[in-house]
Design a protein around this ligand. Structure first.
Ligand code: SF4
Length: 211
C-alpha cells in the first residue's frame, strides 16, 4: 500500500486555468513525468528522485486545513500525476475531509492522459500532447479538454482529440496559448473567435505573477 508520494510543492492559491479559473484551490504537484514536452514550464517536476516523499496522511490533513481556509477543491497536478497510483491519496483526502465537513472535498486532476485513471477524481482536466496522445479512458472521462497552442498543427490536433471525445461526455473545450508564445496567442484567439465550441484559457496566475 502506497503511503508516501514525491511532492514538488503544495500551496493554496487560485486556479489559474480552464473552467475553474479564479476559484480558491489547494494544489499538490507530484514529481515524475516521462512525457517531456520541450516547452514544459515545470521541468523541475520531471525527476521523481529530486523531490521529497511526503506522507499521504499529512498531505490530506493539509488539504483539510486549506479547505477550512477557503479552498473549494484540491488539484492534483504534476509532473504527470497518473504515473502514480492516486487511489491511496484520493481515498485518504476523501476520508479526512468527510470527517471534517460531512462532504468530501472535490478532487480535481490535471493530466496529459498517458496512464490509466486512478483515484476516481471528480473533475479531470485533460491536456493531451501531440507527441504522446491520450488514452481512451481519459478521453471518455475528462470534463475539460485543454490543448496548448504554439503552432497551427496544435489546432489540427485539438480538433482531432475533441472529435474523439464527442462520442462520450462532450467535455468543455479550451485552447490555451503557450506562455509568452505570440504565435500561439494569435492562433488560439482567432480560432476561438471563429469556432464557438472552443473557449480561450489564459494562465491568469502567470499574468498576475502569483503561484
Ligand atoms: S506533460 Fe506536463 S509536466 Fe510533463 S513535460 Fe509535458 S507539460 Fe511538463
Amino acid at each position: 500500500m502506497v503511503s508516501t508520494l514525491p511532492v514538488v510543492e503544495r500551496f493554496h492559491s487560485l486556479q489559474g486555468e480552464g473552467a475553474h479559473a479564479g476559484r480558491s484551490a489547494f494544489f499538490i504537484r507530484l514529481a515524475s513525468c516521462n512525457v517531456r514536452c520541450s516547452w514544459c514550464d515545470t521541468k523541475n517536476s520531471w525527476s521523481e528522485n529530486e523531490s521529497p516523499q511526503e506522507s499521504i496522511v499529512n498531505l490530506s490533513k493539509e488539504v483539510a486545513k486549506a479547505r477550512s481556509n477557503g479552498a473549494a477543491f484540491v488539484v492534483i497536478t504534476g509532473g504527470e500525476p497518473l504515473h502514480h497510483n492516486l487511489s491511496p491519496l484520493c481515498d485518504e483526502i476523501r476520508k479526512v475531509t468527510k470527517q471534517q465537513n460531512r462532504t468530501p472535498i472535490s478532487i480535481h486532476l490535471e493530466t496529459s492522459g498517458v496512464d490509466p485513471i486512478t483515484g476516481n477524481p471528480d473533475w479531470i482536466s485533460l491536456s493531451p500532447k501531440r507527441h504522446a496522445p491520450p488514452r481512451l479512458d481519459l478521453l471518455k472521462a475528462c470534463k475539460e479538454l485543454k490543448v496548448v497552442v504554439h503552432e497551427k498543427e496544435d489546432l489540427i490536433f485539438a480538433e482531432k482529440v475533441a472529435k474523439k471525445t464527442r462520442s462520450f461526455k462532450k467535455p468543455l473545450l479550451f485552447l490555451q496559448p503557450g506562455w509568452q508564445n505570440t504565435e500561439g496567442q494569435k492562433l488560439a484567439f482567432e480560432y476561438v473567435k471563429r469556432n464557438s465550441q472552443w473557449r480561450l484559457s489564459m494562465q491568469t496566475h502567470k499574468w498576475l505573477g502569483i503561484l
